[in-house]
Write a protein that binds this ligand. Sequence first.
Ligand SMILES: Nc1ncnc2c1ncn2[C@@H]1O[C@H](COP(=O)(O)OP(=O)(O)OP(=O)(O)O)[C@@H](O)[C@H]1O
Ligand SMILES: [Mg+2]
Length: 339
Amino acid sequence: MFLELRGVTKRFGGLTAVDHIDLDIEDGEFICFLGPSGCGKTTLLRLIAGLESLDEGAIRLRGSDLGQLPARKRNFGVVFQSYSLFPSMTVARNVAYGLVCRKWPRARIEPRVAALLDLVHLRGDAGKYPHELSGGMQQRVALARALAPEPEVLLLDEPLSALDAKVRESLRGEIRDLQKRLGITTVMVTHDQDEAMEMADRILVMNRGRIEQVGLAQDLYWRPTTRFVGEFIGRLNVLERERWQALLPELGGDPGRLFGIRPEHVRLVGAGEPSNGPVGEGTVRKVAFLGNMTRLILEAGPGVVEIEVHGPLRGAEVGERLRFTLPGEHLSPMAADPR
Ligand SMILES: Nc1ncnc2c1ncn2[C@@H]1O[C@H](COP(=O)(O)OP(=O)(O)OP(=O)(O)O)[C@@H](O)[C@H]1O
Ligand SMILES: [Mg+2]
């Protein structure tokens, strides 16, 4: 395995910020750590970078233990949320910084800096100072600086979160393309689910220092294994077995089990229309037209159901009674929050 985390744990006083994380990262993979504020994403990234020391566990790169290796000897490129460029250095000198530190010969530094500035489309800005650049440009310089020494791993901590929405979106694609082209193993921290889903090969969802679920965006969306993941990624109807069993006999099994279904999977059944399975009925409480879809809030006997329908929905008015089914193939069994 390229990068291995085993039982990785970090405590700050009485708080366990990172709690026994096991993870294998493959060579060339782009993985995102996704989770709410304070769940331990940055701490986990800093542990990998060597900027924090482990309290327990081990981190291995190609089988060799990084335990005692200080950050500067790890050859990992790091980019943080704040641009953290050196304000008194030009763009070119910022990018060259790591190479000078590593005592690269001058003859190699210049072409390397030029190549990196090409890569991030800033060739013409080599002589500028950070304050002369936009936020997005500064983050591209930070990226070029991190990549210049040919790091084995690229570590990004919310690199886009300080940028406005338009720039953020275009940089998402740019970073992803760059990562693919260079084939560099990349770990990115974010609390933005869209960003994670758009950019990453795999997503690790964290909550309170622990892993909730690791998988492809599709796995997390279609088959969330915990309520936390289901609700953190997209919208979700949570069905408690006790309440919904009459309508969904297939919800057998352990008491206290939860099932999730996405709003777009709840099917409306027109009057007189046949359905394969039990049909529920509810009163429309809210209709929201959202352009490409319409969202309905339906109050049914066992509880509230959110339904999303593609495009506009004619004839759905507040107060009206509507019939629906909850197709069994779209129900995900989920663990309630166990902690
Ligand atoms: N140096 C530190 N000393 C004490 N507590 C810390 C330290 N660094 C982090 N923590 C605590 O550890 C927990 C995890 O913090 P961390 O910064 O890793 O979260 P995060 O997921 O990156 O959050 P955010 O999305 O807000 O950046 C938090 O409760 C935080 O207060
Ligand atoms: Mg953080």
